[in-house]
Design a protein around this ligand. Structure first.
Ligand SMILES: NC(=O)c1ccc[n+]([C@@H]2O[C@H](COP(=O)([O-])OP(=O)(O)OC[C@H]3O[C@@H](n4cnc5c(N)ncnc54)[C@H](O)[C@@H]3O)[C@@H](O)[C@H]2O)c1
Length: 504
């Protein structure tokens, strides 16, 4: 595999698979495509993204030719819950979309096509425990019907045209990065979000509904391991069983309770219960283990620990942002109140009631008055120089001008090692440039192939009366570039800088 196309790259699995393939095969060699107009930020910022409808065979042909694609991971599909509500659309996209990919695979002589299947292929007539590789396939959901037909189609193209086509039957996939796209196992992701937020979880499956599940890291590993396996050693092709763990809503709830003792759950089964009841409890994946050495790394305990760790971290950072935003609102409200007091006391100086007014000035207003009298607050512009200024450059400069009493606008640029630019709107605590302020800042570090990341968020900036200034805040990460360390996959970063300001 040298030039890879991922179709369905904005989905739960496609988005994480694309990033992993880019790490492995290079950003430029993995083209992401999906029908969605707006891809996830990381997909857009790490490589090429193309909008494609897999139903449009001509457009797909052009896309494959344009990028000289040799391998396709085809993940565009309508999942079980949505498919049961729209059976005809589910059939059309899951079957005719796959048919387009397979046809073009033969026409353009592609090296490899991977089309995932699902545990939905089995119906009620198989053994529920450890369902074996070659069990009877009689699904009762439309999604299951399309997955069986999809597997058969792939096998047909392997035997009839010698196309290298592979697939694996994913169980329910659990991820802390992307939300699921309308499946029956979505509860196993949703439940973690409720646990972390401290909410009671309303489960749409009954407490003893046992289903096979897999952590996303294992799902990505299985997909890439199968894609890289030696074709000649494969006896099966499109339908490998893969397993990692099986649990019921009650079991995962109890596992979470070990970390979150106050967590509560309520079981309110809906139409998805019937779909789940038609699925198996556990899967025998000995063919995958034998033919391409499949082995999962996460069981229920390791997965629960990791999910809670990552989601709690994200949740805490989100809370910090809210607290910072509240602090900013409080600070600007306070600053406005002070300015109004100062203004009204000056206006009333000639008034006969000036003594009363002076008495009624709050204690916070008096330092403002003193500063105004001393004259050091008269400047309304400043140049700031220092470390991580100018949008996060190692050495950067910003220019700030007060456009209203308390409000300044700032822009700047930095140099070394990758260049930067940035800007902000500053809400000063007092109506002059030398005062401390809360700012909403944009940082942009690096460009094009050297792009590191961009951030936006609130920052508190301390300014001493003479020259020194330092800022600290939280920035939501808006984009991540090729230079970003993707093992450090956080949504929010600490932003800070330190340096000198020169008012004039
Ligand atoms: N997530 C699971 O738990 C799970 C379990 C078993 C099997 N699977 C299979 O794995 C594959 C990927 O699943 P997922 O969970 O990432 O699904 P998802 O619904 O999250 O993503 C599917 C993606 O396909 C895109 N898409 C839909 N119609 C399209 C079209 N006409 N053209 C181009 N793109 C289109 C959607 O925009 C979406 O981004 C599917 O084949 C699914 O059946 C998933």
């Amino acid at each position: 595999m040298q030039r890879i196309l991922v179709i369905g790259a904005c989905g739960q699995i496609g988005s994480e698979l694309t990033l992993e393939l880019r790490k492995k095969y290079g950003n430029d060699n993995v083209i992401a495509a999906d029908i969605r107009k707006e891809p996830p930020v990381q997909i857009a910022n790490t490589g090429i993204y193309e909008i494609i409808d897999v139903m449009n065979k001509d457009a797909l042909r052009e896309l494959i030719k344009k990028y000289n694609i040799d391998s396709i991971f085809h993940l565009a599909a309508i999942l079980s819950a949505v498919g049961e509500q729209n059976p005809a659309i589910c059939w059309n996209i899951n079957i005719n979309g796959s048919l387009n990919v397979l046809e073009l695979g033969v026409e353009l002589k592609l090296n490899r096509i991977i089309i995932p299947s699902s545990m939905a292929v089995w119906g009620k007539y198989v053994e529920k425990e450890n369902v074996c590789q070659d069990s009877v396939l009689q699904p009762t959901s439309m999604y299951g019907v399309t997955k069986v037909a999809g597997e058969l189609l792939c096998d047909y193209y392997v035997s009839k045209f010698g196309l290298d086509c592979r697939g694996l039957r994913y169980p329910g996939i659990i991820s802390h990065e992307t939300l699921p796209g309308g499946g029956t196992t979505d509860y196993a992701v949703d439940i973690f979000y409720s646990a972390v937020k401290g909410e009671k979880y309303k489960c749409f499956l009954s407490e003893n509904t046992m289903l096979p599940m897999m952590f996303m890291a294992d799902c990505i590993k299985a997909t890439i391991d199968l894609a890289e396996a030696d074709f000649d050693k494969l006896e099966h092709h499109s339908n490998f069983n893969v397993a990692a763990m099986s649990f019921t809503p009650k079991q995962i709830f109890e596992e979470i309770k070990k970390f979150k003792p106050a967590f509560e759950i309520e079981y309110v089964p809906d139409f998805r219960q019937a779909i789940a009841d038609s699925w198996v409890y556990s899967i025998d994946d000995s063919a995958a283990r034998k033919e391409w050495n499949w082995k999962p790394e996460y069981d229920i305990t390791a997965m629960t620990k990791k999910m809670l760790e990552v989601l709690e971290d994200k949740f805490k950072k989100g809370l910090l942002c809210v607290i910072a935003a509240l602090m900013f609102l409080f600070a600007s409200f306070n600053a406005n109140a002070q300015t109004n007091n100062a203004d009204s006391s000056q206006t009333n100086n000639a008034d006969s009631s000036q003594i009363n007014n002076a008495d009624s000035l709050s204690q916070e207003t008096q330092p403002v008055q003193a500063d105004i009298k001393s004259g050091w607050q008269t400047e309304s512009t400043s140049i700031n120089l220092g470390f991580l200024m100018g949008g996060g450059g190692l050495l950067g400069a910003d220019f700030e001008v007060l456009v209203f009493k308390n409000i300044g606008i700032q822009i700047g640029a930095g140099v070394s090692p990758i260049g930067s630019f940035g800007g902000g709107i500053n809400f000063h605590f007092k109506p002059y440039i030398n005062s401390q302020f809360v700012s909403f800042q944009y940082f942009h570090q690096g460009f094009y192939d050297n792009h590191y990341a961009s951030y936006f968020g609130p920052m508190y900036v301390f300014r001493a009366k003479k020259r020194f200034q330092a800022g600290i805040g939280m920035g939501a990460i808006l984009s991540k570039g090729p230079n970003w360390d993707y093992s450090n996959d956080v949504p929010i970063a600490l932003i800070y800088n330190i340096g000198m300001y020169f008012p004039f």
